[in-house]
Design a protein around this ligand. Structure first.
Ligand SMILES: [Zn+2]
Length: 182
């Protein structure tokens, strides 16, 4: 299949360039850091484990996580896409409230979770709807950020590169696997 802008990367997988630097790629079973984008259509209240009741406004939610175990980013994102009946992370409780739109991710060997969460929280219009969400093991306010309207990857990339100028590429994967390029 040929697409405008498609080319082969070093691993032989096709990838797509948009706007010069957005790379839409299939997920790999490698360790890394990711942003799960959840789109919530209607207001609701969700009980998030020990954090308790959370008011969920409509809009775009970014959840930042890292996956350094078996199956890496691919296995973790599959879990998020499918949802789970055995909630373990805070995001597992919020996941049914919306639809997974996109997954920004990197296979950088360093954990970028907190830097990425900080970069997201600094973008215009950002609010943290639940203190401590996804941040049980660090000093961050939260690894969940909400906007009425989602920020762009370009804005995020600029912010994150300002904090950590040297890091591996940031890729974009679709929210649902059937959208994945071959
Ligand atoms: Zn953190």
């Amino acid at each position: 299949m040929s697409r405008i802008g498609a080319r082969q990367d070093e691993s032989g997988q096709g990838r797509i360039t948009q706007g010069g630097n957005t790379l839409m790629t299939p997920l790999r079973a490698a360790s890394g850091t990711y942003v799960l984008w959840l789109s919530v259509p209607v207001p609701q209240t969700v009980t998030v484990g020990r954090l308790g009741a959370m008011t969920v406004r409509p809009g775009a939610y970014a959840y930042v996580g890292s996956a350094f175990g078996p199956g890496g980013v691919r296995a973790r994102v599959r879990r998020h896409r499918a949802g789970t009946t055995a909630p373990h992370w805070h995001i597992d409780y919020l996941r049914p409230a919306g639809r997974v739109d996109q997954v920004w991710h990197t296979y950088d060997p360093e954990r970028r979770e907190c830097t990425w969460a900080q970069a997201l929280r600094a973008l215009p219009g950002a609010r943290t709807p639940a203190d401590g969400f996804g941040a049980s093991d660090c000093r961050c306010t939260a690894h969940l950020v909400h906007w009425a309207c989602a920020p762009t990857l370009a804005a995020f990339r600029e912010r994150v590169l300002r904090a950590a100028p040297v890091q591996a590429s940031i890729y974009v994967a679709p929210g649902q696997p059937h959208d994945a390029p071959p």
